[in-house]
Design a protein around this ligand. Structure first.
Ligand code: HDD
Length: 760
């Protein structure tokens, strides 16, 4: 192998010398080319995947072969080849008549290489184009076994999964931290076939009927003339639509709340939205709503932070997910269900369970945990897995059935249909990430991208030529038998039930359930978005919608827009708040939270190292920020900096510690006394980049602490040493403990007391 490699390397080098000779004859040509960069010349097999990456499974958890060939069409062997496996000596030069051409048409490698490249892109998803995914495992507690016969929900069952998170409006290359709904789609590779739970991080939807989906998406996407703005709802067409279409009010309110700017995919709740019907082994049915509850807690950004992040790190959410998994901090969610009796009316406590713009408060229907999802492996290849995965709410397994929610009905059509354009034909279930981990014998044949070599002569039923195979499976053989729901005699109409007409009581409940600071964020979000509308008429119309949610909300937004606040057009609904809807006031683990530790050449390395160690012991991620990479302490190699003053912005950290005790003869954090022009003392200053870092951390209500000289910095920034969430002490351990205590509540909201009234 080595000899062959030297031969190839030699051939290229020789040709290079010939080129030099010929080029040197040209007038003005450089006498000699710069030496090429060194490349390894020893052929070796492709690097093995990283431990957290793996290809599609080849067997199901029950040991049944899936037909997936892990190595199929993967890159193998040490030598570069054509797609046909022909070894190649050179892929850098077209075949030419002499070094200066012309290029010869007979260059089969050139044609193959460029032909494939020309077709590398496939259409992005028409919605949810921007996303990131991960592999994982779902462990069932068995608590759902009494309401469903689904095998993957039986006690102690483990099922491989793939989850894809997404934004809705932006295109594939858009930023992660825009204000938008997030998709939360899970593919369970169960032993009975694939089950897809295709949900969002918001439990309600914009529309009650799928026929309106093109309308809401056309309104939310960029304007058709200039194709702006990208990935956001802050523009006329969106607000034009939702102000006219008041069933969107509830979802829009969630979008304008902190739920629209999740801190991380890891800190989002997920919801199946529609009511589904479960059926157990005895045939008893139960209506349910699906919930994902993040173990890491529900946590959002503040708007300024989201905007800064979109510029500074547009990949923030996908990086956060991949980094956490690679570091072994596996994100986890509990799957839960709210259960309701399957009555003919399909109502619960006056709430229409078929209306996807309504929730059932957890206080009256608690979420019962039924299993744990752990994401533990990053995809080996983004395109093959995250891009090509195809979800469909109609991918169901025995024990899980649908209801007559008209939004769900349209989805059952749309998700299959869209894959024909996106993935190029009906054989997308053969793509490795889409393959069921259960035997497939579907009698489907041929079409584009057929990769199976089907056996037998009788892909039809009934047949005798293939021995009658495949056989029909009744319920006893694990066949999917639809629940025999009786249908009432009805007249064909294009209408919605009268219960769908209530568009304001649920938004009002959500508003009343918010803490004052969350209300203030909502007011600011509506004011920001509507202020981006050009048409005053749209702003005025949306204010009329807000008046029907709550007069205070309407007045505040109206004031920001410089418009009068209209009175409600209907009586405000009498609703009880649902405290479960608020993200504030709870305690969460600090696992995986990121602590920035600011140090400079003057800080004692052993103290920084001790704080770092304490953070690691608390399962947090400490990142040392110093003037330059490398040793950030006193130069003895004790502490290594991962961030510099030049590349660290506060948005990356959940809390900040200023390691302030200077080594003898050095100033803390670069702080020094600035001299004014006349030589007079002008007060302490420090590196402006660090000052910005601290200022933003404070402004974004994140815990902040330090010891030693930091009091001088607080002073310059006008931060009281005992301000809420600011821990100032001479004892670094006390600073660390104080910060961890604040982090358990995610943010220090009481640092900036909100003006909005509390409801309860
Ligand atoms: Fe949808 C993708 C979630 C209503 C039509 N949808 C898509 C994805 C998620 C959702 C998470 C991305 C899946 C992935 O990661 O590949 N969609 C929802 C939820 C809805 C909803 C929670 C309401 C409760 N969707 C909805 C309606 C329609 C669609 C009413 C059409 C009538 N959705 C699609 C689609 C997409 C899609 C066009 C685009 C790409 C894809 O399906 O595979 O078919």
């Amino acid at each position: 192998v080595k000899a062959a490699a030297q031969k190839v390397a030699g051939a290229v080098t020789d040709r290079g010398r010939e080129d030099d000779r010929e080029e040197a004859e040209l007038p003005g040509a450089p006498a000699a080319r710069p030496a090429p960069l060194e490349e390894p010349t020893e052929p070796h097999d492709p690097l093995p995947p990283k431990p957290d990456q793996h290809g599609p499974a080849t067997v199901s958890p029950t040991g049944v072969p899936t037909g997936a060939d892990q190595a199929a069409m993967a890159q193998a062997g040490a030598y570069h080849t054509t797609a046909q496996g022909l070894r190649l000596p050179d892929t850098d030069h077209s075949l030419k008549a002499g070094p200066r051409g012309p290029v010869l048409l007979q260059d089969h490698h050139l044609r193959e290489k460029v032909m494939h490249f020309d077709h590398e892109r496939i259409p992005e998803r028409v919605v949810h184009a921007r996303g990131a995914g991960a592999h994982g495992v779902f462990r069932s507690y068995g608590t759902a076994a009494q309401v469903t016969k689904a095998a993957f929900l039986a006690k102690d069952t483990q099922t491989p999964v793939f989850v894809r998170f997404s934004t809705v409006l932006g295109s594939r290359g858009s930023a992660d931290t825009v204000r938008d709904t997030r998709g939360f789609a899970t593919k369970f590779y169960t032993s009975e076939g694939v089950f897809d739970l295709v949900g969002n991080n918001i439990p309600v939807f914009f529309i009650q009927d799928a026929i309106k989906f093109p309308d809401v998406i056309h309104a939310g996407k960029p304007h058709p003339d200039r194709e702006i703005p990208q990935a956001q709802s802050a523009h006329d067409t969106f607000w034009d639509f939702v102000s006219l279409h008041t069933e969107a009010t509830h979802h829009t309110l969630w979008n304008m709340s902190d739920r629209g700017i999740a801190r991380s995919f890891r800190t989002m709740e997920g919801f199946g939205i529609h009511t589904f019907r479960l059926v157990n082994a005895e045939g008893t049915t139960t209506l349910v709503k699906w919930h994902w509850k993040p173990k890491q807690g529900v946590h959002s950004m503040v708007w300024e932070e989201a905007q800064i992040t979109a510029g500074m790190d547009p990949d923030f959410h996908r990086r956060d997910l991949a980094d956490a998994i690679e570091a072994g901090a596996y994100p986890e969610w509990e799957l839960g269900i709210q259960t309701f009796p399957d009555t003919p009316e399909q109502m619960f406590e006056g709430i229409d369970l078929l209306d996807p713009t309504k929730i059932v408060p957890e206080e009256i229907a608690p979420v019962q945990p039924i299993g744990l999802l752990t994401l533990n492996a990053n995809p080996a290849n983004f395109f093959a897995e995250t891009e090509q995965i195809a979800f469909h709410p109609g991918h169901l397994v025995p024990g899980i059935d649908i209801t007559d929610d008209p939004l769900l009905a349209g989805r059952l059509f749309s998700y299959l249909d869209t894959q024909i354009t996106r993935l190029g034909g009906p054989n997308f279930p053969q793509i490795p990430v889409n393959r069921p981990h259960a035997p497939v014998n579907d009698m489907q044949r041929d079409s584009f991208h057929q990769t199976a070599v089907h056996r037998g002569v009788a892909p039809y039923r009934p047949n005798s030529l293939d021995g009658g195979c495949p056989f029909a499976a009744g319920a006893a053989e694990g066949g999917y038998v639809e629940v025999p729901v009786p249908l009432a005699a009805a007249t064909k109409v294009r209408e919605a039930p009268a219960t769908f007409d209530d568009h304001f009581s649920h938004p009002r409940r959500f508003w009343l359930s918010m803490s004052p600071v969350e209300k203030e964020h909502i007011i600011n979000a509506y004011t920001f978005e509507l202020s981006k509308c050009w048409e005053r008429a749209i702003q005025e119309r949306q204010l009329r919608v807000l008046a029907n949610i709550d007069p205070y909300l309407c007045e505040q937004v109206a004031a920001g827009l410089g418009l009068p606040a209209p009175a409600p057009s209907e009586a405000l609904a009498e609703v009880r708040p649902s405290p479960a809807l608020s993200q504030v006031g709870k305690e969460w683990p600090v696992t995986g939270r990121i602590l920035g530790i600011v140090t400079d050449g003057g800080t004692a390395a052993d103290t920084v190292a001790a704080v770092r160690r304490a953070a690691l012991d608390a399962d947090m991620v400490p990142l040392v920020i110093a003037p330059a990479l490398g040793d950030g302490g006193d130069g003895d190699g004790g502490v290594t900096a991962q961030r510099t003053f030049a590349n660290a912005r506060s948005v990356e950290f959940d809390a900040l510690v200023l390691a302030g005790t200077p080594a003898p003869g050095a100033d803390a954090l670069g702080a020094r006394d600035a001299k004014a022009g006349d030589g007079a003392e002008a007060g302490p200053v420090t590196d402006p980049r660090v000052m910005l870092l601290i200022d933003e951390t404070y402004r974004h209500a994140k815990p902040l602490g330090g010891w030693g000289d930091v009091r001088r910095i607080w002073e310059v920034l006008n931060i009281a040493p005992d301000a809420p969430g600011v821990v100032t002490s001479d004892n670094p351990a006390a600073v660390f403990d104080g910060i961890v205590g604040h982090l358990r509540h995610h943010r220090v909201w009481h640092r900036f007391p909100a003006q909005a009234p509390a409801t309860y």
